[in-house]
Design a protein around this ligand. Structure first.
Ligand code: AMP
Length: 265
């Protein structure tokens, strides 16, 4: 899964922060860091993958990273599995460390797309420090979708356990029912996509994550409010790409090609 480093535990994650891994860092450069923000089921994972049409750099999903640890049944997996399956957030220190160890990797020097991080004020503060330290220019893309739509969306969601691609039975089904278009694996329903767990995840979002919108505003992080419903995923991606490109924030250096050039009609 994208952004994952299977089998590494927190201490191993810390170990990769040795100075030689940071040589690529350029304090003056402004490397785009797009923070996909929104409640569970707002389409962050889907958009992170589609944004490859207009942005370079890896998709870093803390949820995917944690699920990879759970599959590997390593220390981090054992420590977090119960929390994740019940819809609770895992510890700030753990995700902060996972993210920091990932963004110092060389493939992040052209840009990063963060999905599911930060989710608390502590994480937002730590991320802010990392952005400054490693020369990233953050911008928030807020995907807005109302909660009742989210419950319907998430309970019809299926995921490929191999590549992490998300499908929706209603709006974005696989070509062959139950099978991933990309690698033929059998799709699964995530345990935390059961309705009771979805409601818990939404409640965690409301109490811990939504307040970050104010934090971003007050810290002057550019923010793009995007309607995450009522259009196809490709149309939403086009809207995001257009907004990011026309903001001039990323001055085209990061653009893969014109925002409209490779969008599926
Ligand atoms: P996601 O796939 O982003 O919805 O994440 C699935 C689950 O992983 C969440 O419900 C949390 O239990 C955990 N998780 C993912 N990212 C974070 C984070 N930044 N902080 C705390 N817990 C997280």
């Amino acid at each position: 899964m994208k952004g994952s480093r299977p089998g590494r535990d927190a201490s191993a994650a810390a170990e990769v922060l040795r100075p030689n891994r940071l040589e690529a860092k350029t304090k003056t450069a402004s490397v785009p860091a797009v923070i996909l923000f929104g409640s569970p089921g707002s389409g962050k994972g889907t958009q992170a993958k589609l944004l490859r049409h207009c942005l370079q750099g890896p998709h870093i999903s803390t949820g995917d990273m944690l699920r990879t640890h759970i599959l590997a049944q390593d220390g981090i997996g054992q420590q977090t599995e119960r929390l994740i399956k019940s819809g609770k957030l895992v510890s700030d220190d753990l995700v902060n460390e996972l993210v920091e160890s990932r963004i110092v990797e060389p493939d992040c020097r052209s840009g990063i797309i963060l999905d599911g991080y930060p989710r608390t004020l502590n994480q937002a503060g730590v991320l802010r420090g990392m952005m400054a330290r490693y020369g990233f220019q953050p911008a928030v893309v807020h995907l807005m979708v109302d909660h009742e739509k989210i419950v319907a969306r998430l309970s019809g969601r299926r995921q490929c356990p191999v590549c992490g691609t998300l499908y929706s039975l209603k709006t974005n089904p696989p070509k062959i029912s139950g099978i991933c278009d990309l690698d033929g694996a059998t799709l699964v329903t995530r345990e935390d996509d059961r309705e009771s767990v979805i409601r818990e995840r939404l409640s965690q979002y409301e109490s811990q994550t939504r307040p970050l919108l104010n934090y971003f505003r007050e810290s002057g992080v550019p923010m793009f409010e995007i309607n995450g419903a009522g259009a196809t995923p490709d149309e939403i991606m086009r809207h995001i790409c257009d907004s990011l490109t026309s903001s001039g924030l990323f001055d085209g250096a990061n653009a893969v090609e014109g925002a409209n050039a490779s969008v599926t009609p």
